[in-house]
Design a protein around this ligand. Structure first.
Ligand code: APR
Length: 232
């Protein structure tokens, strides 16, 4: 089976009702990312940062995978599919994808402030249960969401690069590719791999690297992608 590698961003979850970050009504146009989603922000105002993530966790409990998530899961019948997502939602998994790498963490999990990547501290917590000041992780430090904050390293990056390097086909869905190091993954795509980007807007870096642009929303573009894959 050919290895189909898919890099996804907030755009694939937009039609499920989760706001993207940099579109006109995006999340980062509503709140100050640095204040809420950064290491300094968490240290400066834990309560506000926790409130921000508790709201995103609670919303995730109310939304569902969309057609794009579902088709990607179904493609596992015909391809070895590796999904690398920048999203912290679990919609790929809920749609049935079995091989998902989260570059920026997962809202369904929590960890500790002192050492967020300590495996002994990482555990799941029901999305409807808020993380409260005073809740402790296994190491005794304040519990926090298991997400990569601005200013923190991306531990899964090496693994992600290895996956992209072994792609027979590369697909990008719903990311502006403005956040690093995730955007560096484009440089690892094997030159011989057919490549596609599904996005209603032009994604500059993808264009310069020869990606076929399927100019559509994810739920429509995914069907056009399948047609193009079938013609390979
Ligand atoms: N279908 C497909 N793509 C869409 C849709 C849709 N319905 N709606 C918007 N898009 C596209 C936008 O055109 C844009 O290219 O999705 C992309 C969203 O870009 P961003 O909002 O920047 O989201 P993303 O690229 O995932 O952000 C990367 O930044 O803040 C950090 O950690 C955060 O993981 C996030 C990272």
């Amino acid at each position: 089976m050919k290895h189909l590698v898919v890099l996804t961003g907030a755009g694939i979850s937009a039609e499920s009702g989760i706001a993207t970050f940099r579109d006109k009504n995006g999340l980062w146009n509503q709140v100050d990312a640095m204040q809420l989603a950064s290491v300094s922000g968490f240290r400066r105002n834990r309560a506000l940062a926790l409130e921000f993530y508790n709201a995103r966790r609670a919303q995730l409990a109310t939304v569902h995978p969309n057609h794009a998530h579902e088709v990607l899961a179904q493609l596992e019948r015909d391809y070895r599919v590796s999904i690398i997502t920048q999203n912290v939602d679990d919609l790929h998994e809920r749609a049935g994808s079995t091989n998902v790498l989260h570059l920026h963490g997962e809202l369904t999990k929590v960890t500790g402030m002192n050492n967020p990547n300590n495996p002994d501290c990482i555990t799941t917590k029901p999305l409807t249960e808020p993380i409260l000041l005073g809740d402790k992780a296994a190491d005794g430090s304040q519990m926090r969401p298991f997400v990569v904050l601005f200013g923190e390293p991306v531990p899964q990056m090496t693994r992600a690069m290895q996956i992209v390097e072994s792609a027979d086909i590369m697909v990008i869905i719903g990311t502006s590719l403005v956040v690093y190091p995730a955007a560096n993954l484009l440089n690892e795509v094997p030159w011989r791999a057919p490549r596609y980007v599904i996005d209603p807007n032009v994604v500059a870096d993808a264009d310069t690297l020869g990606f076929t642009h399927i100019a559509a929303k994810a739920t429509e573009g995914i069907d056009q992608l399948v047609e193009q894959l079938n013609a390979l």
